[in-house]
Structure formats: structure tokens, C-alpha cells
Write a protein that binds this ligand. Structure first.
Ligand code: F6R
Length: 242
């Protein structure tokens, strides 16, 4: 595991963007695993800028998002489909048909999970999987617990996660209670994983996940078992590593 701590936002964002653009420039048909949330927004903005400067093309790339809320209409402002369209896809030359996000409105969610896994298997492995981390150590929406699920599954959101995400909704009652998420097994199949961590409030979980015991109580700790992980942190998140 290679851990990099950046003094400023610029270094953090540009390094993350360089990982993605170097991959795409070397391998235009690359498969990218993407995440939502606040953490990757700066990266997505930088990728748009680099695309506009002609430094990278996404035209042959395929993307797979980690997760989607259950029960929000696809065009809801807080659905992860809307997030990805607004923050990245509509500003770059990606073929929207090549962008995949679990359907949280499928009539049969179990079937949707099976189909998502099948699609990952058919296309896989993902070349570069982007991840953020929740304050409780979740990756995707794989929440801490006695056990973890390998494949894509229907996952209840923990109260802490709903509270953290309530900032995007009129009230906590509007935050969905469930998501469809890729499982840790699917995440771990990626050839390379890039974990992005920003902010003082993530310092403790970053330290626990990356240096503490490997346990289902902290799903991100499983990343210690993956042979090719890079972690990019800002100074706040990396505070306990000095
Ligand atoms: C989002 C996702 C989540 C977030 C995590 C951190 O697709 O899978 O695991 O990465 O909740 O969210 P932020 O970046 O908002 O702190």
C-alpha cells in the first residue's frame, strides 16, 4: 500500500487526476470504478479541465459506479446517477451508454444486484477503482458489521451514514434507508484501487483503516489485503500518520 499525504488541495487533486489520465492515455479502453460523495468532486472537476485542454479522452472508457440509493428516482437531484451526470459525465466525451450505475429503482432489486455482478464479471476486472471512506470505515455502502458481503447487494444504511448524508437532503427523513452497493469482493477484484481521503474529520478512521486490525468492523481495513492500493490524503486526513 502506498500512502501519499499532500500539503495542499492542488497536489491532492492533481495527483489523483494524473492517476486517471495516465491510465486512460496508456489504455483508452480502460474500465474505471467510480465513487460519489464530496471527496472526488475536486478530482472530477480537474478531469473535466484536463479533458477540455485535450489532455485526456474518455471516449473509449467504461465506468462502473459503486452504489446508488434505493428508491430515489433516477433524475432526483441527489441520486448518484444525477451526481455523476452533473459532476462528470455531461462535461466529458464519454459515451453515456458505457457508464454503469446500479439501478436503485429496479422492480426486483435482487435481480438487479445479480445483473450488476454479471456485468462486472463480463467486463472485468476494473483497471482502477476509486474509493472514498465513510466516518465509520465504510467503502461503497459496505457498512461495518459482523460480516461483509462479497457481491453487489441491497444494503441498509447505518444511522451514522444517513446523518452524514443528510446535508444533501431537506431533512434526515428524506435520506434513503437502503442502497444497492458493490460488495467488498467486487471492489477487491480491481487491478488497482485509489482511496481518496480528505479532511480532519477523517483522520481517525483513515489511521484505523490503514494501520489497524483487518476487521469487518472497519470495511476499509480490508484494503490492506489488496496488492495494489494507493491512498491519497490531504494533511487533515493524514494528521495521525506523522
Ligand atoms: C460513494 C460511496 C461512499 C463515500 C463515502 C465518503 O459512492 O461509495 O462510500 O465514498 O461515504 O463520502 P464523502 O466523500 O462524502 O465523505
Amino acid at each position: 500500500m502506498n500512502i501519499y499525504i499532500y500539503e495542499n488541495e492542488e497536489g491532492f487533486v492533481q495527483s489523483a487526476a494524473n492517476q486517471v489520465t495516465s491510465l486512460l492515455n496508456a489504455k483508452p479502453y480502460a474500465k474505471l470504478g467510480l465513487a460519489t460523495g464530496s471527496t472526488p468532486i475536486g478530482l472530477y472537476t480537474r478531469l473535466i479541465e484536463m479533458h477540455r485542454k485535450g489532455l485526456v479522452s474518455f471516449s473509449k472508457a467504461t465506468t462502473f459506479n459503486l452504489d446508488e440509493y434505493v428508491g430515489l428516482p433516477e433524475n432526483h437531484p441527489e441520486s448518484y446517477r444525477t451526481f455523476m451526470n452533473e459532476k462528470l459525465f455531461k462535461h466529458i466525451d464519454i459515451n453515456i451508454e458505457q457508464t454503469h450505475i446500479p439501478n436503485g429503482n429496479a422492480a426486483d432489486l435482487e435481480e438487479e444486484c445479480r445483473a450488476y455482478d454479471q456485468m462486472l464479471e463480463q467486463h472485468g476486472p476494473i483497471d482502477l477503482q476509486l474509493l472514498g471512506i465513510g466516518h465509520n470505515g465504510h467503502i461503497g455502502f459496505n457498512e461495518p458489521g459482523k460480516s461483509l458481503t462479497s457481491g453487489t447487494h441491497l444494503a441498509p444504511l447505518q444511522e451514522k451514514t444517513r446523518q452524514a448524508n443528510a446535508r444533501f437532503f431537506p431533512s434526515i427523513d428524506d435520506v434513503p434507508t437502503h442502497s444497492v452497493t458493490m460488495g467488498v469482493g467486487s471492489i477487491m477484484k480491481a487491478n488497482q484501487i485509489m482511496l481518496l481521503i480528505r479532511g480532519e474529520d477523517k483522520a481517525e478512521i483513515a489511521h484505523r483503516a490503514l494501520t489497524g486490525p483487518i476487521t469487518t468492523d472497519c470495511p476499509a481495513s480490508l484494503l490492506q489485503c489488496h496488492p495494489n492500493v494507493i491512498v491519497l490524503m490531504d494533511q487533515g486526513a493524514g494528521r495521525l500518520f506523522k
